[in-house]
Design a protein around this ligand. Structure first.
Ligand SMILES: [Ca+2]
Ligand SMILES: [Ca+2]
Length: 493
């Protein structure tokens, strides 16, 4: 009898040990170290960075098409050619060319005239790049896409692949920006300067037949703005339906010297403002100079607009988010020193893993970033203090932001490290926990993802497995004990 009870107790202890052992994956996750750092990728943050050329490398644009599928496009001052557009992507062991010669000689532009201000986006056709091409006294917008083998014209109907229709005489195009629409095709905005001392914002998107087309005449003057003052510095994002949302800087030209940030979106049938964004003070609504806007749309469809606001003799980064009725600041993001009180360059807007805004900016010394944590504006791992993200000591400009498929924020910039001219650099903010190898394979086809980021899915799966095994163990134990009880009772009888 005593030995039977001892064996039963041993079984209980074994079952408890088994249960605790199966619970290990959860405990390991919760106890795992958090790795938070601004990491360079294959030398992208030090030395010659991504470009690594002896000449001037400037105006980067960054595209994250996958967790490690990262492209960087910039303008390179090439000896004997002038400014050309260069492209590299992150490869297995370094930053490689995208097609032959994309970051050497004439790059993807290959013109003798200045090619500047590139922007890039990933589309169903492949990576699309647009830039400003200055030739014969005026500037056009040129576009190319990479089909996986070579760089090609986007619009076969245009003889020189410039936007059609060609600019009216003596007009000039500037400031292209790109996004991708619901059909996977590129959407393009740009500013058109006209002979009448005016400028308007134009929009076109690529159709299925690979021709650029406007929406309600948006690719023809007077564009989507049609105002007496300069409408310049456009930025574009796609809304939840893949329709364009366009913001820009408007010179009110009312004698006040005021510039405001305005916004229009395509509703599906017309260009319309939101919450008064297309008239008067627009989104910004301040007496000072509001300029250089950027726009993003978060996962719930809310539009966010950042811009540069002149405050006394300095520039601050401001931001507002549209809640469907009005444009709201986040904390003090649209008064006083705003989200950031001292910037010297166009602030760039992105979204964090949790869809909160993150603003990258060049401050007096370096490239920095701040994000909204729900109650105040803070740095990410020291990104708003000391040497910030770039850590180059005063020679870092033109930050560009993108979020990779894992939710990590990438920031590229043009900076000059000691004894070098300006090169292109990039660092990625890693804030995910280090997930240890799990002892049992996870289901690969779970609709909510594989849970590799420690998500609710994998936790609940592990918890379910543990509970099931615990119940099964308990049933087996009960059966075993019942069996022993029957044997003992027979012996006693
Ligand atoms: Ca205008
Ligand atoms: Ca203003």
């Amino acid at each position: 009898m005593r030995s039977t009870l001892a064996r039963a107790c041993g079984c209980i202890v074994f079952a408890l040990t088994l249960f605790l052992g199966l619970s290990d994956p959860l405990d390991l996750r919760s106890a795992s170290a958090q790795s938070q750092s601004w990491s360079e990728l294959a030398g992208s943050g030090t030395g010659g960075g991504i470009s690594s050329t002896p000449e001037l490398s400037a105006s980067p644009s960054v595209v994250c098409a996958g967790a490690d599928e990262i492209y960087v496009v910039w303008e390179e001052d090439v000896p004997s050619l002038g400014k050309e557009i260069y492209v590299r992507r992150l490869g297995p062991s370094g930053w490689i060319e995208v097609g032959t010669g994309s970051a050497s000689d004439g790059g993807i532009s290959g013109t003798y005239s200045p090619s500047t201000n590139p922007k890039a986006v990933m589309t169903s056709l492949g990576l699309v790049v647009a830039w400003v091409e200055k030739a014969a006294g005026f500037a056009r917008i040129l576009t190319r896409y990479y089909d996986g083998v070579t760089w090609k014209k986007l619009d076969m109907s245009a003889p020189d692949d410039s936007l059609t229709p060609a600019p009216v005489p003596y007009s000039s195009y500037d400031s292209p920006d790109l996004a991708v629409n619901g059909a996977g095709f590129p959407m393009l905005v740009w500013a058109a300067f006209t002979p009448g001392n005016n400028a308007e914002i134009l929009f076109a998107q690529l159709s299925g037949s690979q021709t650029w087309a406007g929406l309600a005449g948006s690719d023809l003057l007077p564009g989507i703005t049609d105002t007496p003052g300069f409408s310049v510095q456009p930025a574009i994002a796609a809304d939840a339906r893949g329709l364009p949302v366009v913001t820009w800087c408007e010179d009110l030209r009312d004698g006040s010297g005021n510039f405001e940030i305005r916004l229009l979106r395509w509703t599906g049938s017309a260009w319309a403002g939101e919450g008064g964004s297309a008239s008067g003070g627009g989104v910004s609504g301040t007496p000072g100079i509001s300029a250089r806007p950027d726009v993003a749309v978060d996962g719930t469809g809310r539009i966010l607009v950042s811009w540069q606001e002149q405050v006394s003799a300095r520039y601050a980064a401001y931001l507002k988010r549209y809640d469907g009725v009005r444009w709201n600041p986040l904390g003090n993001s649209a008064t006083g020193d705003g989200a950031v009180g001292d910037i010297v360059n166009w602030p760039s807007l992105g979204l964090t893993r949790t869809d909160e805004p993150v603003i990258a900016y060049s401050g007096p010394t370096d490239v920095f970033a701040r994000t909204w944590n729900g109650s105040t504006w803070v740095g990410l791992g020291g990104s708003d203090t000391g040497g910030g993200i770039s850590n180059m000591g005063g020679l870092a400009l033109s930050p560009a932001l993108a979020r990779d498929s894992a939710g990590n924020v990438c920031v590229a910039w043009s900076g000059a490290s000691p004894l070098r001219s300006y090169d292109i650099y990039l660092r990625r903010w890693i804030d995910a926990p280090i997930v240890p190898p799990t002892p049992t394979p996870r289901p690969k086809d779970h609709p909510e993802g594989d849970g590799s980021d420690g998500s609710f899915c994998s936790r609940s799966t592990a918890r379910f497995a543990s509970t099931t095994l615990w119940i099964a163990g308990g049933i087996l134990l009960c059966l075993f004990l019942l069996g022993r009880l029957r044997i003992v009772s027979r012996r006693l009888l």
